[in-house]
Design a protein around this ligand. Structure first.
Ligand code: ATP
Length: 450
């Protein structure tokens, strides 16, 4: 099941503290959102799952956390200054601005007028000034993708880890795009996070690796609770490919507002490493790139068995964290009829749940019960699986409802019998089954969920 409309998700996110409009008390700032107490946990858990599977569980990927502010030359040689644009049109009637390629007909979606200007390229990169003097040459960009900082650190990573091909560099971090039109809550925003892997391979092996990563990524999404039926693959046509790409496959998800890109997996060839290398004429670069670079690095690799230096090709699975949050929330969203009422339950995979278990004293003013609940909380918290919450509202029905809605896999209730023999009641979110378990079994029962 999924939400019927995006508004159902927006309402849940606001009510339960997942996501808020940014700068809300001053009227908000368009295209920006803040992650609240539960949103920050969900987002962190998604990122951890990606990082764990790629960097920790594989042996061929290193991590990186590079700067957001990016030197102009990097984004010049990467091609972003020239090509990272969307076609902008103005409505001559109401002055609204639109992205031309997103208009179904050449009609202003605001007022219906057909009087639109000719499209002109609008660069999506945000500029800022570095240092105290703003003389027009001291500007830097907020990175529009995390990838470029991986490419410019290629030599640092190779030299410090002695990696040989194939290997990857992974990074999670913020990216900024001055999008012309915003869309559907956190789907298209101006400040977002990306989880990007640049996987460097020997030229000629790139197509095989491309297929490999498309399949790996599909499997990962399924492990996050996004069913295969909600996903589609889209082979981006040649005339729509980004300037660096030889082939791109998008993983599309059936969002409540329509089927759209969740992750892009591109074969970026040797374009980026080639573009950022010095003495390009001496390297055997396949891509068409600008020459006369002023970098001081040769972003190439020569292993003992190789005769010449080679510039690796790169396969890039690039996923948006915010779109992941939206897709995962949507997939988990279930509304069930129970007798004559409704139950809203988020069937999140336990490793993604913002709260791993809620420990609930039956009576909030009973110090012995509260004390025992605190002890259980501390015991389970020490397992390091994420947040365990002491839920001391004194209203058990309300607490169950809340934890169903935020996807907490189990609730553990401490009652009068607990004070006598240490046993507790555990309630499973999905089945709503309740059972009594002994003090000794609490930890094992909890760990079984993860
Ligand atoms: P779109 O066509 O939807 O604008 P894109 O092809 O420009 O996306 P990429 O440059 O491939 O996107 O970026 C990789 C991923 O980063 C996307 O699959 C998406 O998940 C995420 N992403 C890109 N732009 C945004 C944005 N404005 N807001 C939220 N996430 C974004």
């Amino acid at each position: 099941m999924a939400a019927k409309t995006i508004d159902e998700l927006i309402s849940l996110c606001k009510r339960r503290g997942f996501i808020f409009q940014s700068n809300e008390i001053y009227g908000g700032l368009q295209g920006l959102y803040d992650y609240g107490p539960l949103g920050v946990e969900l987002k962190q858990n998604i990122k951890n799952s990606w990082w764990r599977e790629l960097v920790y569980e594989r042996d061929d990927i290193e991590g990186l956390d590079a700067s957001i502010l990016t030197k102009q030359t990097v984004l010049n040689y990467s091609g972003h200054e020239d090509t990272f644009t969307d076609p902008l049109v103005d409505c001559k009637n109401c002055n609204a601005r639109w992205r031309e390629d997103h208009l179904e007909k050449k009609i202003c979606p605001g007022c219906g007028s057909k009087e639109l200007t000719e499209p002109r390229p609008f660069n999506l990169m945000f500029k800022t000034n570095i240092g105290p003097i703003d003389d027009g040459s001291s500007f830097a960009y907020l990175r529009p993708e995390t990838a470029q900082q991986i490419f410019v650190n290629f030599k640092n990573v190779v030299d410090s880890t002695s990696r040989s091909l194939p290997f990857g560099i992974a990074q999670i971090g913020k990216a900024f795009r001055n999008e012309i039109t915003l869309k559907s809550f956190i789907f298209r925003v101006r400040e977002f996070e990306q989880m990007e892997l640049e996987f460097f391979v020997t030229p000629g092996e790139d197509e095989e690796w491309h297929t490999f990563w498309v399949n790996e990524r599909l499997d990962w999404w399924e492990r996050q609770g996004v069913s295969r039926e909600s996903l589609e693959l889209y082979q981006v046509p040649q005339d729509e490919l980004a300037h660096y790409s030889k082939a791109t496959v998008d993983i599309m998800y059936k969002f409540p507002h329509g089927t759209e890109e969740l992750e892009g997996i591109a074969n970026r060839t040797d374009f980026d490493l080639g573009s950022h290398s010095k003495n390009q004429d001496e390297l055997n670069i396949c891509s068409k790139i600008k020459h006369n670079n002023d970098s001081n690095a040769k972003l190439a690799i020569k292993e003992p068995h190789m005769k010449d230096w080679i510039v690796p090709f790169v396969i890039e699975p690039s996923a948006g964290v915010d779109r992941a949050v939206l897709a995962i929330l949507n997939e988990a969203f279930h509304e069930e009829k129970i007798e004559d009422s409704k139950r809203l339950v988020l069937r999140l995979k336990p490793h993604l749940s913002p709260i791993k278990a809620a420990i609930i004293p039956l009576k909030k003013n009973n110090p012995e019960m509260v004390e025992m609940a605190k002890k259980i909380k501390n015991q389970l918290q020490s397992k390091g699986l994420g947040r365990v919450l002491l839920e001391n509202t004194g209203n058990i029905g309300k607490s169950y409802r809340k934890h169903d809605e935020v996807g907490t896999p189990i609730c553990i209730t401490v009652d009068f019998e607990s004070l006598e023999n240490g046993s507790v009641t555990v309630r499973d979110r999905d089945s709503m089954n309740q059972e009594r378990i002994s003090k000794e079994d609490i930890e094992k029962y909890f760990l079984n969920y993860f």
